[in-house]
Design a protein around this ligand. Structure first.
Ligand SMILES: Cc1cc2nc3c(=O)[nH]c(=O)nc-3n(C[C@H](O)[C@H](O)[C@H](O)COP(=O)(O)OP(=O)(O)OC[C@H]3O[C@@H](n4cnc5c(N)ncnc54)[C@H](O)[C@@H]3O)c2cc1C
Length: 377
C-alpha cells in the first residue's frame, strides 16, 4: 500500500497514525516467522503498539481517547496484519474488548476500564463456547446468582491472547438473557493449551475454564446497542486483507526470482502466472474498496446490516485464494517451512473460520435476500 492510495478523506492526524503502523508493520514482519514457529504471543509487538499511541487513538474521545475513525482503524489493522497477522488478531480483539467494556460500564464504573486500557492493561474476548461455535453472541452457559453478583462454572474457547489478558469480556445467560461482564482472571480461571493450529499460531487462542468464577455485579455491562463503536466488526475484514497483501507480495517476489529451467526466464514471464496475479490483485483491490466503503458508512452511521458481513466474506475469500495461488506459484520451494508463502497460506485460512465464518456469513446474506418480503434486485 502506498500513502497515495489511502482513502482521501482520512484526516492528516489519521495519516500520521497510519505511517506509525506502517513502520511497526515492517519491524513485525522481521519476527513473524519466529513467533509462528514457536506459537508464542508477540508481546513486544503489542507493547510497541501501545507505546506508539495506537491503542489510545482508537478509544472514543468521550472516554479520553483519540476517537480514531473505523476507516483509519481498518487501514492500521491491514498494515499490522501484513507484518504479523497474529499480532493483528490479538490487537483487534484487545481494542474491541476494551472499547466495548469501557463504553458499556460507565454507569457503574465510570472510566475504570478506559483508564486501565490507556495505562496499558490488556483485554481479551471470552465469547465463543465449546458447544456454541459461531453463535458467539448467544451463550448457552448460565451463571448463578450469589452475593455480589453471579457465579460461572463453564468454559470459553479460542480466546485470542487470553494468557496475557488483565481483563476478559465474557457473556453468559442471566435470567435467560445474554449478559456481558468484565472479569479479572483469578485462581478460578485456567488456560488450557489447545491452540496447536495450522495458522495464526502466535495468537494463542486458548480454551479458558471458569471454576466457580465470580462475575461481579458492578462489572456487568449494558448490552451492545446499534451505533456503538465495534472495532472487532471493523477489524476482521482488514485482518484478512493484510494477510492477502503479504501473500501477494511474497508470491510476486518468488515469481520474479525463480528461473524456469526450460525457458531460462523468471516464472513472472509465464502467461498463466501473469493472468493469475492480475485476477488475484484485482479481486484484492475490489475487496479493499468494498471494505473501505463499509467502514466509511460505519463512520457515517449509515451502514446497512449486511455491509460488514459482505466485506468480511470478500476479504476472507480473497486471502484464501491468494494464499492458494502462492502455493501454486511457489512450487515445492514455497512449501518449505523456510518460505513465507506456506505461512501466508496457513494464516489465510483463519479469517474465514472466525465468526461470522464464511459459511455463516453466506447463510445470513442468502437468507436476507431469499427470505425478504420483497424481492430485491
Ligand atoms: C484465529 C481465531 C481467533 C479467534 N479468536 C477468538 C476470540 O478472541 N474470542 C472468541 O470468543 N472467539 C474467538 N474465535 C472463535 C471464532 O470466532 C468462532 O467462534 C470459532 O472459530 C467457531 O469455531 P467452531 O469450531 O466452533 O465452528 P462451528 O461453529 O462448529 O462451525 C463448523 C462449520 O459449520 C459452519 N457453520 C456453523 N454455523 C453455521 C451457520 N449458522 N450457517 C452456516 N454454516 C455454519 C461453519 O462455517 C464451519 O464451516 C477465534 C477463532 C479463530 C480461528
Amino acid at each position: 500500500m502506498t500513502y497515495a492510495s489511502l482513502p482521501p478523506e482520512l484526516a492528516d492526524h489519521e495519516r500520521k497514525w497510519i505511517r506509525v503502523a506502517a513502520d511497526l508493520s515492517r519491524a513485525f514482519a522481521e519476527t513473524a516467522a519466529q513467533f509462528d514457529d514457536a506459537a508464542e504471543i508477540p508481546v513486544a509487538n503489542l507493547k510497541a503498539l501501545h507505546a506508539a499511541g495506537l491503542d489510545a487513538f482508537f478509544l472514543p474521545a468521550s472516554l479520553g481517547g483519540g476517537g480514531g475513525s473505523a476507516l483509519a482503524f481498518g487501514e492500521v489493522v491491514r498494515l499490522i496484519s501484513a507484518g504479523d497477522p497474529s499480532t493483528a488478531c490479538i490487537w483487534v480483539m484487545h481494542v474491541g474488548a476494551a472499547v466495548g467494556l469501557s463504553l458499556r460500564t460507565t454507569d457503574n464504573l465510570g472510566t475504570f476500564y478506559a483508564d486501565e486500557y490507556l495505562a496499558g492493561k490488556r483485554f481479551a474476548n471470552a465469547l465463543t463456547e465449546p458447544a456454541g461455535g459461531s453463535a458467539f453472541l448467544l451463550p448457552q452457559q448460565a451463571a448463578e446468582p450469589v452475593d455480589g453478583g453471579f457465579r460461572l462454572s463453564g468454559s470459553k474457547r479460542f480466546v485470542s491472547g487470553c494468557e496475557i489478558a488483565d481483563y476478559l469480556v465474557l457473556n453468559v445467560l442471566i435470567d435467560n438473557q445474554p449478559t456481558f461482564f468484565g472479569v479479572i482472571p483469578d485462581e478460578t480461571v485456567k488456560f488450557i493449551p489447545v491452540w496447536d493450529t495450522l495458522g495464526l499460531r502466535a495468537s494463542r487462542s486458548q480454551l479458558v475454564s471458569f471454576e466457580g468464577t465470580l462475575l461481579r455485579a458492578e462489572h456487568r455491562s449494558r448490552p451492545p446497542l446499534p451505533g456503538d463503536p465495534n472495532p472487532i466488526g471493523a477489524g476482521l475484514a482488514p485482518l484478512s486483507l493484510g494477510i492477502a497483501d503479504a501473500a501477494l507480495k511474497a508470491l510476486i517476489a518468488h515469481a520474479r526470482a525463480r528461473i524456469v529451467p526450460t525457458t531460462g526466464e523468471p516464472l513472472a514471464k509465464l502467461q498463466w502466472v501473469q493472468f493469475a496475479v492480475a485476477e488475484a490483485s484485482t479481486k484484492l483491490e475490489a475487496a479493499i474498496a468494498y471494505t473501505r466503503q463499509a467502514l466509511r458508512q460505519i463512520d457515517a452511521g449509515t451502514a446497512e446490516p449486511l455491509l460488514l458481513l459482505r466485506a468480511k466474506l470478500l476479504a476472507n475469500e480473497v486471502a484464501r485464494e491468494i494464499g492458494q495461488l502462492g502455493i501454486s506459484v511457489g512450487g515445492a520451494t514455497g512449501f518449505l517451512r523456510s518460505s513465507p508463502i506456506q505461512r501466508h497460506f496457513r494464516d489465510a485460512q483463519a479469517g474465514g473460520l472466525m465468526a461470522y465464518s464464511i459459511e455463516t456469513s453466506k447463510s445470513f446474506i442468502g437468507q436476507a435476500l431469499l427470505e425478504a418480503e420483497e424481492v430485491q434486485s
